[in-house]
Design a protein around this ligand. Structure first.
Ligand code: UDX
Length: 425
């Protein structure tokens, strides 16, 4: 099949590469010239393990090409995947400007039957909206179908997730489109959920919100565990072994961040509010998540004598999770802001994110030098097995504040560190 991917971010690039792996011919379209030029030479404009190798491979086999030419790209491809961003608008709902622009272009240039697929996370009713915009911009009544086919990949493991999905969701009312979508995904060995576009759109929001809910649940529970000196990891393990709960997304930490959970939970809350059915559970999820970094800072403050003025804090990890350079809605940024408010001196480090001077240092040793505390904000593997004794000798005070509960507490305590995690005993 000839597939057009519109929007070359995480979702678009990964989706395109997966289809190349399945033997299809893929064109990547983006309006950003810099991105297209970089992609043409096999360079990604974001950090994602494993993706660049596959990009180079499929550029060389000519299975994958990139273009800025919207008209030709739409005319020459029969399956069009909309993978553009749907950022959070000022009222919390998803901003569909990019999706609407794409639909308008498709309407203007459609020359034969096409299946148009929304892959981006889009609010319920977007398939209908896209259909209307295409129709309004058509000069002749050429038939087409719009399908909702949300993507569930995670940053940092995008390739693995997209190659091995737990399920594929296909939302369409058209038998023709359904047959084409089944053919497209025929080599995937997972359940396929076929449903109405509106249900498909809701599945994506409901899934992300449920995962966010699990995180906020364990984070709030962790605060109670902290009061009672209970190890929250044992609690996560103990409840996660019940297959009805499962062990995933029960890691207590500094709260969820990233480009999806915060935006998607807010968008679903907004949709529900507009419908007069507020989702109070999700409102609490957001509130708990906002409180979590603040809770951690209070613990740090208490440990350091309630005054952070003249204290130097070394922040390890800036990205919202490991294996990505994405800092959108990262809890580390909330923490840094609060520490600056408290007039602490900040030094930061991240293996991939580059924020530069004055706060960022190239090595962990330089970051730790003179610090009163090391605060781990991202669970990068790089921070697991450090030369702790060496770091301790560089620091002003031997405190480790582990916002990800990732270190072996006893091990670092044996080396003379004072360790503080999130209900990690
Ligand atoms: C998420 C969804 O998992 C994915 O299906 C969807 O397509 C996009 O949104 P992503 O944002 O890339 O993916 O990362 P994810 O691994 O889900 O983590 C999200 C946030 O939750 C991170 O900040 C992470 O650190 C945090 N998290 C995750 C926890 O705090 N505890 C956990 O147990 C799991």
């Amino acid at each position: 099949m000839n597939i057009l991917i519109i929007g070359t971010g995480y979702v678009g690039t990964t989706t395109g590469l997966i289809f190349c792996e399945m033997g299809h011919k893929v064109t990547g379209l983006d309006l950003d010239d810099q991105k297209i030029q970089a992609l043409k030479t096999g360079k990604l404009h974001f950090f994602e393990p494993g993706l660049e190798e596959l990009l180079t491979k499929h550029i060389q086999t000519h299975q994958l090409t990139f273009t800025k030419d919207t008209e030709t790209a739409i005319k020459e491809n029969d399956q069009i995947f909309i993978c553009v961003g749907t950022p959070q608008g000022s009222d919390g709902s998803a901003d569909l400007t990019f999706v609407k622009n794409v639909a308008k272009s498709i309407g203007q240039h459609i020359n034969k039957y096409k299946v148009i697929v929304t892959k981006s996370t889009v609010p319920v009713g977007t398939a209908e909206l896209v259909t209307n915009v295409i129709q309004e911009n058509q000069t002749a009544p050429i038939p087409f179908d719009v399908v909702s086919n949300p993507e569930f990949l995670r940053e940092g493991s995008a390739l693995q997730d997209a190659l091995n999905p737990d399920r594929i969701v296909i939302g369409t009312t058209s038998e023709t489109a359904r047959t084409i979508m089944r053919e497209l995904y025929k080599d995937f060995h997972c359940p396929i959920v076929e449903t109405h576009p509106k249900a498909s759109e809701m599945i994506k929001y409901a899934a992300n919100s449920f995962l966010a809910l699990k995180i906020s649940y364990i984070n709030e529970l962790a605060r109670v565990c902290d009061n009672l000196a209970i190890n929250v990891k044992d609690v996560s393990n103990g409840i996660g072994l019940d297959h009805r709960i499962n062990p995933h997304f029960l890691k207590a930490g500094m709260g969820y961040g990233g480009s999806c959970f915060p935006k998607d939970v807010n968008a679903l809350i907004q949709t529900a509010k507009e419908l007069g059915n507020p989702l109070s559970i999700l409102e609490a999820v957001v509130q708990v998540n906002a409180e979590q970094p603040v809770y951690f800072i209070e613990k740090i403050k208490q440990a350091l004598g309630n005054d952070l003025k003249n204290k130097t804090i070394a922040v390890l990890g800036l990205s919202f999770k490991a294996n990505t350079d994405d800092i959108r809605e990262s809890p580390s940024l909330v923490l840094i802001d609060k520490l600056l408010e408290e007039q602490a001196t900040i030094k930061t480090h991240d293996p991939v994110v580059k924020m530069g001077a004055p706060h960022q240092f190239p090595t962990i040793e330089e970051t730790a030098a003179g610090a009163d505390a090391l605060v781990i904000c991202t669970d990068w593997d790089d921070y697991k097995n450090l030369d702790w004794a060496g770091l301790k000798s560089l620091m002003n005070q031997p405190y480790i504040m582990d916002g990800r509960n990732m270190l072996d507490k006893e091990k670092v305590e044996r080396l003379g560190f004072r360790y503080l995690g999130i209900a990690n005993y």
